[in-house]
Design a protein around this ligand. Structure first.
Ligand SMILES: Nc1ncnc2c1ncn2[C@@H]1O[C@H](COP(=O)(O)OP(=O)(O)OP(=O)(O)O)[C@@H](O)[C@H]1O
Ligand SMILES: [Mg+2]
Length: 249
């Protein structure tokens, strides 16, 4: 079926059940090329599950997900995942690889020349504020949690995929580094026109990054709209999140 070129991903009546219990239900939404869609929701609301449906780590029980107009069930999985950078919630670095090797992994699988890989890795480590002369040769266990997360972000960006899935990539960072990286990342995302799906339960982070916010609650997407529309929303879960940014008196 023909689909508008500006649509990167489309969820059509998607439900995923495990042991007869739905983890997410009736998901119907599109992600446009070049937008930053933030999946916001409390713990257990279905954010990570929604993300894993996009790169076919999960297969829907009902409905389908179209990636570039083709059902994820019909994509060759390797080809699909090469188009989708993924920062997982627990970073997922290879413990026996140095930072340099972890970040350069996908480019090397894609057959880039060693010199080209090194240049790219150094560029990305600078971007995520890990000076390569200090960090390239270290192993993941020699880093702090926040530094590991930044290596995970660099790794997902390495082969320049058009779509990025980022599952709470800045969760372990102090608020100052976090805001710096959020701003840097937003600039990069807009300059490069990347399509980003970004999971967070931090409403402030959602406002910094979002072109649209999808609010998950109990496995459903109960709101989808711009940050301005989110502020106006009368959905109780949206107002509960808005309460979080009011000063406590
Ligand atoms: N493989 C699985 N099998 C069965 N249940 C699962 C599986 N993965 C997740 N769940 C359940 O599905 C629900 C949604 O989980 P999910 O990981 O999507 O939440 P989340 O919104 O990402 O939460 P958090 O903010 O804590 O990361 C939870 O109730 C979880 O226990
Ligand atoms: Mg999660």
């Amino acid at each position: 079926m023909l689909q508008n070129d500006s649509v990167a991903v489309k969820f059509r009546n998607v439900t995923l059940s495990k042991n007869n219990r739905p983890l997410v239900s009736n998901l119907n939404f599109t992600i446009n090329q070049g937008e930053a869609l933030i999946l916001l929701g409390r713990s257990g609301s279905g954010k990570t599950t929604t993300m894993k449906l996009i790169n076919h780590l999960f297969t829907p029980t009902e409905g389908e997900i179209l990636f570039n107009g083709k059902s994820t069930a019909q994509w060759d999985e390797i080809e699909l995942r090469r188009k989708i950078g993924y920062v997982i919630q627990e970073t997922g670095l290879f413990p026996h690889f140095t930072v340099e090797k972890n970040v350069g992994l996908v480019p090397s699988l894609e057959g880039w020349k060693p010199k080209q890989i090194k240049t790219r890795v150094y560029e990305l480590l600078n971007l995520v504020k890990l000076p390569p002369e200090q960090f390239a040769g270290r192993y993941p266990h020699e880093l702090s949690g926040g530094q590991r997360q930044r290596v995970g972000v660099a790794r997902a960006l390495a082969a320049d995929p058009p779509v990025l899935l980022m599952d709470e990539p800045f969760g372990a960072l102090d608020p100052i580094t976090r805001l710096e990286l959020q701003k840097e990342f937003k600039r990069l995302q807009q300059d490069l026109g990347k399509t980003v799906v970004f999971v967070t339960h931090d409403i402030q982070e959602a406002f910094v990054l979002a072109s649209r916010i999808g609010l998950m609650y109990g496995g459903e997407m109960v709101f989808l709209g711009t940050p301005d529309e989110f502020i106006q929303s009368s959905h109780p879960e949206a107002t509960a999140f808005m309460e979080c940014i009011k000063p406590v008196v």
